[in-house]
Design a binder for this molecule. Structure first.
Ligand code: ZN
Length: 343
C-alpha cells in the first residue's frame, strides 16, 4: 500500500481524486452492457444473460427511510456492512445541532449516539466549545450510500464540523445551505490561525480521550497543529488516535470500536503506540505538498451488491430477524427480491 496501512484501512479513501469521485457517485444504471450481450452458445449463459444484475446495495440502503426494528447491532466492517436497531441523534440538543437533515443520516448505533451527545455536552461545559454541528452519521439501516463516504456503514462513524455551533437554532434551510469553514491556511500544510483556536484542540483532545473512540481522522495540517500544541504532553495515547488523511479540514471523523456483544462487527487494527507526530506526519505533509499523480484509470469499480455484504444485512433490509428473513428468502425468493428493490 502506498500510504500507512493503518490510515488507509481507517478511511479507505486514499486519494483526493477518489474522494471526489465518491462525492460525485451516481446510481448505476440497472442493466450493464454485459447483460445486453447476446449469448448464443451455452444455454446456461443465455439464462444468466436474461437475469439483470442485482441492484447496487447503495440503492437498497439509500431507499430505507426507517431503522430496522431489531436489536441494535453493527454488522460487518466500517466500509462493508449495515446496522440493525439504529437510534437517531435528535436534530437539536442542549449542545448540538444536526446538519443536512434532508440526507437522513443522523442514525447510528446507540453507543455512537450516546458518545456524540456526551462529547457535545462535555465540550460545552469544560472546553469553551459552544456546541457541535453534527454532519453525517449513518443511514437508518446503515449500508453503502448513494453519495459520499466509503465508510459510515455500520453506525460507528460520525462527522463533526470544525465550525462551532452558533448560539441560535439554525433553520432547516440554513442546515442545508450553511458552508463549513476550512481550517487550512493558503499553504495547505498548516492551519489558518484566524479560524483555528485552542478550543478546537481541546475538542479533539476530549474526543480522543474517550475509551470507545479508536480513531479521529483529520487533515495532516491539523495533525501538525495538534502535535505542535501538545509537544509537552506526557500522555501521548490520545495523540496516536488522531490520524492524518486527505480531506477532513472542514470536519473531523470520529470512529468508535465495535460495541461489546456485536459478534458480527468487524474491528480494525489498533493504531499502536506511535503518536504519529514524527516520520509519519512528515511523510503526509510532503504528500500534501506534492500529491501523487493519478495513474491511468483502472477498470470501473462495481458497486457493492447485497450479496457482498454480511448475510445478516438481508434481514436488516427486510426488517425481520435473520432466521425469519432466511426462511422468507427460501420460500418466496421473488417476493423478497421485489420487496427489497422497492423499499
Ligand atoms: Zn466521515
Amino acid at each position: 500500500m502506498r500510504f500507512p496501512s493503518v490510515v488507509a484501512a481507517a478511511c479507505l479513501v486514499a486519494l483526493p481524486a477518489l474522494l471526489a469521485a465518491q462525492d460525485a457517485d451516481t446510481p448505476v444504471p440497472p442493466s450493464e452492457p454485459e447483460a445486453a450481450k447476446p449469448a448464443k452458445k451455452a444455454p446456461a449463459k443465455a439464462k444468466a444473460a436474461k437475469k439483470p444484475p442485482p441492484p447496487p446495495a447503495k440503492q437498497l440502503f439509500g431507499a430505507a427511510k426507517t431503522p430496522a426494528p431489531l436489536a441494535a447491532r453493527a454488522i460487518g466492517f466500517y466500509a462493508k456492512g449495515c446496522l440493525a436497531g439504529a437510534a437517531a441523534l435528535p436534530i437539536d440538543g442542549s449542545a448540538w445541532q444536526a446538519m443536512r437533515l434532508s440526507r437522513n443520516r443522523n442514525w447510528g448505533h446507540p453507543e455512537l449516539i450516546a458518545l456524540v451527545e456526551k462529547l457535545a455536552v462535555e465540550a460545552k461545559r469544560h472546553d469553551g466549545w459552544p456546541g457541535l454541528l453534527v454532519g453525517d452519521l449513518s443511514q437508518p439501516r446503515g449500508g453503502p450510500m448513494l453519495t459520499g463516504h466509503t465508510s459510515h456503514q455500520v453506525g460507528l462513524d460520525a462527522d463533526i464540523w470544525f465550525t462551532p455551533m452558533p448560539a441560535r437554532r439554525l433553520t432547516e434551510k440554513e442546515r442545508e445551505e450553511l458552508s463549513a469553514t476550512s481550517m487550512l491556511a493558503p499553504d495547505i500544510v498548516s492551519v489558518n490561525r484566524e479560524v483555528w483556536t485552542d478550543a478546537h484542540l481541546r475538542l479533539l483532545k476530549r474526543a480522543a480521550s474517550y475509551k470507545q473512540v479508536e480513531r479521529i481522522l483529520v487533515h495532516p495540517a491539523i495533525k501538525k497543529a495538534v502535535c505542535e500544541a501538545s509537544s509537552q504532553d506526557k500522555d501521548r495515547a490520545w495523540l496516536s488516535k488522531i490520524r492524518p488523511i486527505w480531506g477532513h479540514y472542514y470536519h473531523f471523523h470520529i470512529r468508535i470500536a465495535c460495541p461489546k456483544g456485536n459478534a458480527n462487527c468487524e474491528g480494525q487494527p489498533s493504531v499502536g503506540g506511535d503518536d504519529g507526530c514524527g516520520a509519519e506526519l512528515k511523510r503526509w505533509l510532503a504528500l500534501v505538498k506534492n500529491p501523487p499523480k493519478p495513474g491511468p484509470p483502472g477498470p470501473e469499480k462495481r458497486p457493492l451488491t447485497l450479496d457482498q455484504l454480511p448475510a445478516d444485512c438481508r434481514a436488516v433490509l427486510a426488517g425481520t430477524p435473520p432466521s425469519k428473513a432466511a426462511k422468507q428468502a427460501k420460500s418466496a425468493p421473488k417476493a423478497t427480491a421485489k420487496k427489497a428493490t422497492v423499499k
